[in-house]
Each structure stands twice: as C-alpha cells, then as structure tokens.
Design a protein around this ligand. Structure first.
Ligand SMILES: NC(=O)C1=CN([C@@H]2O[C@H](COP(=O)(O)OP(=O)(O)OC[C@H]3O[C@@H](n4cnc5c(N)ncnc54)[C@H](O)[C@@H]3O)[C@@H](O)[C@H]2O)C=CC1
Ligand SMILES: O=C(O)[C@@H]1CCC=N1
Length: 271
C-alpha cells in the first residue's frame, strides 16, 4: 500500500488521517509529523499512528502530504528538503495549504519533483469530503491518479486547473463553515420560537442531511427543489421573502468573493 506521511496533525491533518483509517488504509502505512508535542501525543493516542520528525516521516513515504498553515509551508519544506528526496522512487508532495501555488514549491525541490496541490474539506473525516486536485508543472497523469486513489477513499475527487483553486477554496474548502453557520442560526431561531435546543438541533441537523441527500440524488436543481417546498402564499414563501429582503444571496456572493481574495492574498504572503 502507498506509504503516506502527513506533515501537520491539525484539523485537516486529523480529518485526513481519520478518514483514511476509517476507509481501511493500514495504520502502518501512515506516519505523522506534528511539531506540537502535546498534539502529536493526542494523534498517536487517538489513531495509533507513528508520530515522528518531518525528516523521518518524509524519508520513508511515497506521498508527503503538507497539512500545515500556509505561513508554515516554507519551514516545513526546508525540513523536507534536508532529506534526499527521491524523484525516481516516484515520491510526491501533496500540498493542502490554501492559496500556496505549486510554483512556490517547485524551485525549492530537486529538478522535476512532482507537486500536486489539493483543496480538501473537513467532511472527509466522515468519508464525505470533496478534494479538488490541480497538478503542478511536473506532476504527470500517474501522480494525479495516485492522489485521486488516496483521496477518493474519503470523498469525491474533482480535478481543475490550478488557477481555479482560489475559487474552489471559497466554495468547498471553506464551505462546511457556511453550512455550520446556517445550522447555528436556524437552531437559535428554533429556540427563539420556543423549541428546546435538543429538539431544534435534531430538526436542523436532519433537515440538512435530508436536503443534502436530495441535492445529491435528485436530477432537479437546487432552485427546483426549493420551489417544490414553496407553496404559493405559504410559510416558505414568507420566510424566503425575509431572507431575500435581508440580502442573503448578495451576502453569499460577497462572502465567497472575500474568501477567494483571501486565498490569493495568502499565496502571496506565504513566500
Ligand atoms: N481546516 C480546514 O477546513 C482546511 C484547511 N486547509 C489547509 O490545511 C492546512 C492546515 O490547516 P488546519 O489543519 O486547519 O491548521 P491547524 O493549525 O489546525 O494545523 C496545522 C498543524 O501543523 C503543525 N505544524 C506546523 N508546522 C509544522 C512543521 N514544520 N512540522 C510539523 N507540524 C507542523 C501545527 O502544530 C498544527 O498542529 C492549511 O494550510 C489550510 O489552508 C485546507 C482545506 C480545509
Ligand atoms: O480558513 C482557511 O483558511 C482554511 C482553508 C479552507 C478552509 N479552511
């Protein structure tokens, strides 16, 4: 099986580790490098994986996954390049860092060393993620296929050109947070209407799960599914009118625009 080193055992690193193990990836083929000792202990205890230094983890790995913050990429890369990277053994770097272009990695690596940039999202923790892949200059079809095969174990995989990854980050990388925010607001609103928090939470969670499943399985668009809930002159129409009056659609345009701009900015400042 492919040996994977995860550099950075934070929130997305943990989601990847948990998702891979859950999908049957062997624990002996996973190794984690986490610079916080306390966090490394937590990861080792929770998942039974080996935790070690960046150099040791990278040395034995086929795929080196960088799951550190964009500002920490450079330091982590410096540690990785202290070992002898082996392009012939088809070693590969996969970067999950938002905004950081593959062109920032490539000059620091041995000539022709392949890099694949990926924007995942946290639902991969439960096998329902979406990972969007973009090959760097030296990543060939077989590298993309390897990354696809690893990440398809924890959700769907989409391939785009790298220049679309900032937009992707705004939509699906940050996306779970928007749905969680909507869930929080709906639960609070339900409590405001007199439901207990437990009942309001159960109703909101199942409504989200059910609506997501319909979107996934139905041939109808989001608009058509919404029309089917909206009886003329009824309760949904009254609610949607308020959401539109408060500018919910414009808020999403602006919010995703801000995320896109921030992703571009993080790529510039990561240098
Ligand atoms: N959290 C999310 O939903 C998503 C995050 N990402 C990207 O994933 C990356 C990590 O994000 P999070 O997991 O949220 O951050 P985080 O802060 O939770 O985790 C980063 C971890 O890396 C460790 N670290 C930093 N430098 C290190 C080094 N040199 N060696 C070993 N460990 C090191 C830190 O101690 C920390 O535990 C970021 O670049 C982010 O843009 C991408 C998609 C979604
Ligand atoms: O908020 C962030 O910067 C990261 C990237 C996408 C989701 N979380």
């Amino acid at each position: 099986m492919t040996r994977i080193a995860v550099i950075g055992g934070g929130r997305i690193g943990e989601a990847l580790i948990a998702g891979l193990l859950e999908s049957g990836h062997a624990v002996r083929d996973l190794v984690v490098a986490e610079k916080s000792e306390a966090r490394a202990k937590e990861i080792a205890k929770e998942f039974g994986v080996l935790t070690t230094t960046v150099g040791d983890a990278s040395e034995g790995a086929d795929v080196i996954v960088l799951a550190v913050k964009p500002a920490d990429v450079e330091a982590a890369l410096t540690e990785i390049t202290k070992i002898e990277l082996d392009g012939d053994r088809e070693q590969l770097i996969v970067s999950l860092a938002a905004g950081v272009p593959t062109a920032k990695f490539e000059p620091k690596l041995p000539a022709g060393f392949p890099v694949v940039r990926v924007m995942p999202n946290t639902p991969m923790l439960v096998g329902e993620g979406v990972s969007v892949l973009a090959p760097g200059k030296y990543a060939r079809a077989e590298h993309l296929e390897l990354v696809r095969s690893i990440l398809s174990a924890v959700g769907k995989v989409v391939v785009v050109k790298e220049n679309q990854l900032d937009a992707v980050t705004a939509v699906s990388g940050s996306g779970p947070a928007y749905f969680f925010l909507v869930a929080e607001a709906m639960i609070d609103a339900g409590v405001g209407l007199g439901l207990s928090r437990d009942v309001a939470s159960a109703l909101v969670v199942q409504t989200m799960v059910g609506s997501g499943a319909m979107l996934d399985r139905s041939d109808e668009s989001a608009s058509e599914l919404r029309y089917a809930v909206t009886s003329p002159g009824g309760t949904t129409a009254a609610a949607v009118r308020e959401l539109e009056r408060k500018g919910v659609r414009a808020a999403f345009f602006d919010a995703l625009g801000a995320a896109n701009a921030r992703s571009i900015e993080m790529g510039i400042t990561a240098e």
